[in-house]
Design a protein around this ligand. Structure first.
Ligand code: NAD
Length: 355
């Protein structure tokens, strides 16, 4: 097993200030992975493992660094005693999985001595985690425990969406509101269910046409081709597929007054696109704030917190979203910046306690 360890404690690599980055390679099982521990001031770094066929290693490194930093902010703003970390396994999740590969990955996770706790992310399921668990205890999202975090994530997003609508229009009533859900996978489908129950006018979009057909048949909602999403007139845009859908091109096409979805890293350039949305008067509910239900579920698994309590924690996303949007208005700054400031405040308070 080759183990190349970079300790970045004293160097601000790429301006993101990571604590540790571990490159993992095992030729026998074919494992190639990167684990990034961004910050452990609030507690051990927790964040899922993504399995993805990256175009090259640099793309994998960039992804894991951005995602792990996002986890630091997400965990801090959610008041959890957790830091931020993430892992990526480089490979095709449909053809390259094996128990040996996940065993080796588990050994690497274990070598970090609990400073990183893993879970599922895109391309990984609870069954894969069982093989990681054979080699380390630092795992959440195991079958028979809290399980799939998507329903809790969806509930938190729904709460954040309602808070953002109330902030924008004075009412959080979704009846008749035109809402486009982009990506109806694990989280998006639960969101559609909440919106349907409340009487919203839903449009869905997904690259998986079978899924679209089934969803339209079940909920009687509208659908739109993935290329036409930004032509649709909507009250709320809910990005629930991949990140960076708000970018230089789409930002001028979007016809909505609220953005609230589950996808991570929705803004391609957080500073620039956060500022433009703010200037346009589009209320953007910060992604890592409203999609934190999933990590709350992992936290509950570690600390044996009841399902009812986790739902209560996810329900509090409504109030936190209101607080962030209010401070954005009062301080005349983008909502993404207001969220970052609150997360950084918590990290700095925890850091003071450690001194
Ligand atoms: P998923 O893979 O189950 O669903 C994603 C869906 O998006 C799929 O149905 C896919 O076909 C669709 N999609 C991909 N590209 C698309 C495109 N260009 N246009 C339209 N649809 C497209 O993933 P998920 O677990 O539902 O997560 C969705 C997003 O939420 C991801 O960005 C994920 O990182 C984030 N997130 C998920 C959780 C969770 O609990 N699962 C928690 C926090 C954040």
């Amino acid at each position: 097993m080759e183990n190349k360890f970079i300790n970045t404690t004293s160097i601000d690599f790429f301006g993101m200030n990571h604590e540790k980055i571990l490159f993992c390679q095992d030729k026998k099982s074919g494992l190639r992975a990167i684990i990034a521990v961004h910050n452990t001031v609030c507690g051990p770094a927790l964040g899922g493992t993504r399995m993805w066929n990256y175009v090259n290693d640099q793309a994998a490194l960039t992804d894991v660094m951005r995602l792990s930093r996002g986890m630091t902010y997400k965990n801090a703003i959610s008041g959890l005693n957790l830091g931020g970390g993430k892992a990526v396994i480089i490979g095709d999740s449909k053809t390259q999985k094996s128990p040996e590969l996940f065993n080796k990955f588990g050994e690497f996770v274990d070598s970090l001595g609990g400073s990183y706790i893993t879970a599922e992310d895109v391309g990984i399921n609870p069954h894969d985690m069982v093989h990681v668990y054979e080699k380390t205890n630092h795992v959440t999202g195991l079958p028979g425990k809290k399980g799939d975090p998507s329903p809790i994530t969806a509930y938190g997003v729904y709460m954040g969406m309602k808070a953002a609508l109330k902030f924008q229009t004075g009412s959080d009533n979704l009846v008749g509101k035109k809402i486009l859900v982009q990506g109806i996978g694990h989280v998006g489908l639960y969101i559609v269910d909440y919106l349907h129950k409340e009487g919203a006018e839903i449009t869905v979009s997904d690259i998986n046409s079978d899924l679209v057909q089934k969803t339209v048949a079940k909920y009687g909602c509208n659908h739109v081709h993935p290329d036409k999403v930004y032509d649709v007139d909507m009250d709320i845009y809910s990005p629930c597929a991949l990140g960076a859908t708000i970018n230089d091109t789409t930002i001028n096409q979007l016809k909505c007054s609220v953005i609230a979805g589950a996808a991570n890293n929705q803004l391609m350039d957080e500073k620039l696109h956060g500022e433009i949305l703010f200037q346009k008067g589009i209320v953007y509910a910060p992604d890592y704030l409203i999609n934190a239900g999933g990590v709350m579920n992992c936290y509950a698994e570690i600390h044996d917190i009841s399902d009812a309590k986790v739902m209560e924690m996810a329900g509090n996303i409504y109030q936190t979203t209101t607080d962030i949007l209010t401070s954005s208005r009062n301080e005349n700054i983008p909502t993404s910046l207001a969220a970052n400031r609150l997360a950084e405040k918590r990290i700095s308070e925890e850091s003071e306690k450690l001194k």
